[in-house]
Structures are given as C-alpha cells and as structure tokens.
Design a binder for this molecule. Structure first.
Ligand SMILES: Nc1ncnc2c1ncn2[C@@H]1O[C@H](COP(=O)(O)OP(=O)(O)O)[C@@H](O)[C@H]1O
Ligand SMILES: [Mg+2]
Length: 457
C-alpha cells in the first residue's frame, strides 16, 4: 500500500527529472556520455528505491500537524493568559499616579532593580531649607508581593508623547496580577490614596507657578489657625461669613447662569497680615492655595490665563501685588520693567475662568490707588477690605496672644502705644514680641522703639 503513492510520486518526479535531463543534455552530452547515464541511474535509484525519500511525504504531513498543534497551544495559552491575568494602567496625568509611586516606595516586599530619586526641597518659614530624597520605582519591571499575591509592575515612559501642560514625558504604570487577585488593585489604590492624604491632612498645600503649570511649593504646611492672624475687629469674621455664604450658593449661581466665582481684594500697607490671613483662611476652609505674584517677572498674560484655568481642585487663588499689572500697562515698552502681565490680561484672566467648580480669588495690593476702577466690577472684585496698620484693638490681642495672662502689662502696653501715637504694622509688633519672648515687661519697656518703624503710610 505504502509503495503505491510513493511509487507514483517517484514516477512523477522521475518524469520531471527526465525533462530536466533532456534540457540540460545539450550542454552535458557533448562532453561526457557515460557521466550523463551515471547521473540518470543514480537519480532513478534514489527516487524509486530509497525508503527515506518515500517517507518524505509522511514527514511533511507530520510537520504540518505539529505546526498546527503548536499554534493551537500558543493560542490556548494566550486565551488562558487573557482569562487569568488582569492589568491596570495608571497614567501619569492621573492623580493616583504619584500616590501609587509613593505607596510602592514604601512597600516592604518588593524587588526593584531600577529606582528613581525624587527630591523634595523644603523651604522653612525661617528661611532655612532642607532636602528630602525618596526612592521611587524607576522605569522598568518590578515585582511586589501584596497580601500573598504577586504583582508585576511596569513603569514605562512614552518617549514620543509629551504632556503639553508641563513638558514632561507621559508615563504609565501597569500593574499585572492573576484574575483572582484583581480586587487587590482597589485595595492598593485606596491605601495609596489614604497615605497620600494623610501626609496633607491638617495641612495646607501651597502651589506656585512653575512655567505653565502649578507645582507644590515645598512640603504641605501645617495649617495656620485663623485666630492666630489678628485683624481689626470684625474683619476676619466678615470675610469668613461672605466666603461661606458664597460657597453655599452654587445653585443660585447656576440657576441664573452666572459664573460661580467671587473676588476679594485685601489692600493696605505691607506686613499687615494679608497673605497670612488668606493662607489661614484656606486652612480653615480646608482648601489648598495657589499663589501668583504679579510683580514677579516671569508671568505673562497667556500664562496667567492658562494657570487660572488649570487650578488644582479645592484651591483658593491668591494674586499678590496686582497693582503690578497696572504699571505694566502704563509703562509698557519701557525697558527694564519686569512685569509682563497687563491690566487687560488680568481682567481677561479674571473674566475667563471657566471652572465648573467655584472660583475664589483673593487679590492683594499695597497700592489701591493704582488700581483701575474697571477691576471693581462684580465678578472681578466683589468684596474689598482695608487691612491696615495695627490698631489698639489688634495691639492688645497680639500682646495677649504672646503673653497669656499678662492683662496688667497689656493695658499698660496699649496705653503707651496710644499715648505715643505709634502706628506700626502688625508685623513690627510681632517682631517686638518675638524679640522679647516670655518677657512682657521688656516688651513694654521697648515699646517706644517701635516709633523708629513708623510705617510709610
Ligand atoms: N495681623 C497679623 N496677625 C498675626 N500675624 C501677623 C499679622 N500681620 C502680620 N503678621 C506677621 O507678619 C509677617 C508678615 O505678614 P504678611 O501676612 O506677609 O503681611 P502682608 O501680606 O500684609 O504684607 C508674618 O510672619 C505674619 O505672621
Ligand atoms: Mg503679602
């Protein structure tokens, strides 16, 4: 049986070989007749009588069969893989990205050969600075063990795509684990989030502009208690009440199609607690704060607009020294002038904020007389309040804050300030009290020296 097909195959091949032989004969024949017949015989022999060649067809079939089977195995295992493996991709744009990296850097059971360093620069209130390094997983593959499951973590950089808001490359982290362990992804994200939030709990995150984007400025600061900023009678409560009222009325605004925003202007001499108050207010409201100083040279109209439309959520916007925008208009073109935010740029930015959330903008200036009346329109500045030099009321409250229980010395101190007609900033008063820590009598004695600091206004 086996001989028949093999034989017929061989016969066909033989016929072809003959044909080949005939065509090539013209070349070979002249030279060597006996060689030609020798090759012919050899071919006949091989084709008809060789059992190995006859088995060739069988081998071919077997090979094909194996190839099919192999494909099947690959497909089956791929299917199995797809069924058993889940992955989760976190993109660098997503807030949980940083949380996850931080979580992973704290995770004890991990194998990482690639680490990246993340440096945090902390500027303390007293001006000193310190640096903190933390090692986060770098690009590449990492394995961790979490609650008994193995999870593969791949951090990848997309070389081509650039995040236009900050110019850094897009990155993704992909977590891969067995299907049955997929619920662990939620656990991890929850854990990462709560660790991240704990580090800012009771703190105020301060953002400043870094090129076109907001960046955290130093580590989150401990919240400053609102009562620690001593403004004149009723001022603090007045602002706080207004903000609360505004925040309660989102529906009122949306029902009437009015942009949900409110602007506050605090004006007055330097060192009167404007910035401190706004920071403390942010803490009180449990908001973060985004600070832009219009007197700093690097801001342009476009950048201001972009930043104001891309604020981190739950943050107050603080625009410091807004009068700078007015010099810019009057002196534009003058060489050497550094601010490039213009008056119209400021108005456009204030009017153009298209946030779905509420927008609360605080503005400060030491030179209210330089502001253009157009700024006072509702929606730009809705609430305006003067924060001035220390009044007797403030002097008393500050004294009592620094020297609790020293009522007698306090009234002497206030009497002396009053009699001497001293008008100084609250910052100067604070300076005197700090210099005489725990020595209220000495502070009283030195009160007259405050006259040397009489503020310019
Ligand atoms: N009214 C105030 N109550 C408490 N501290 C104040 C007050 N005014 C100024 N200070 C202190 O003086 C310093 C400068 O205040 P700051 O808020 O920067 O003033 P401004 O923004 O009005 O120029 C800060 O250390 C702040 O704590
Ligand atoms: Mg200030």
């Amino acid at each position: 049986m086996a001989e028949l097909p093999a034989g017929s195959d061989a016969a066909n091949l033989n016929a072809n070989a003959d044909a080949a032989h005939t065509s090539s004969s013209s070349v070979v024949a002249d030279n060597n007749d006996s060689a030609q017949s020798g090759i012919h015989k050899f071919l006949d022999n091989v084709m008809q009588n060789n059992p190995y060649f006859a088995a060739g067809g069988g081998l071919m079939l077997l090979g094909t069969g194996l190839a099919v089977a192999r494909g099947g195995i690959i497909r089956a295992s791929r299917l199995l893989y797809q069924q058993m493996i889940v992955d989760l991709e976190i993109q660098s744009k997503d807030k949980s990205y940083a949380w996850f990296l931080q979580w992973m850097s704290n995770h004890p059971h991990r194998i990482s050969k690639h680490l990246s360093v993340r440096t945090t620069y902390i500027q303390h209130d007293n001006g000193s600075a310190s640096t903190k390094f933390s090692l986060v997983p770098g690009p590449g593959n990492h394995w961790i063990r979490y609650k008994g499951a193995f999870i593969k973590i791949t951090r990848e950089r997309s070389g081509k795509m650039i995040d236009l808001t900050n110019g850094s490359p897009y990155e993704t982290v992909t977590l891969t684990t067995l299907y049955r362990d997929r619920h662990l992804f939620n656990h991890i994200l929850d854990e990462a989030k709560s660790i991240a939030l704990k580090s800012t709990e009771g703190k105020t995150v301060i953002y400043t502009s870094f090129g076109p984007e907001w960046r955290k400025f130093g580590q989150p600061k401990a919240k400053r208690a609102l009562p620690s900023v001593i403004l004149d009678k009723g001022i603090s409560d007045g602002i706080l009440e207004d903000v609360h009222d505004f925040m309660r009325n989102g529906k009122w605004y949306s029902d009437r199609g009015i942009p949900y925003r409110r602007g506050y202007l605090l004006y007055g001499p330097p060192g009167s607690g404007k910035t401190s108050f706004i920071q403390a207010l942010a803490g009180e409201l449990d908001y973060n704060i985004c600070i832009l100083n219009l007197a700093e040279g690097h801001l342009t109209d476009d950048r201001l607009n972009h930043l104001m439309n891309n604020m981190p959520e739950r943050s107050l916007l603080l625009l410091e020294d807004i009068d700078a925008a007015f010099h810019a208009r009057k002196q534009s073109g003058e060489s050497g002038f550094h601010s490039s935010v213009t008056f119209s740029g400021l108005l456009n930015a204030l009017d153009g904020v298209t946030s779905s959330e509420e927008t609360i903008t605080f503005m400060t200036t030491n030179h209210p007389e330089k502001l253009d009346p157009a700024l006072m329109r509702p929606g730009r500045i809705d609430y305006k309040v003067y924060i001035g030099d220390a009044t007797l009321y403030q002097a008393e409250k500050m004294f009592m804050k620094f020297y609790p229980g020293e009522d007698e010395l306090c009234s002497q101190f206030v009497g002396k300030i009053n009699k001497l007609g001293i008008r100084v900033s609250t910052a100067h008063l604070q300076g005197l009290f700090v210099m005489n820590k725990d020595q209220p009598a000495k502070a009283l004695e030195m009160a007259a020296t405050l006259r040397n600091h009489n503020s310019i206004l």
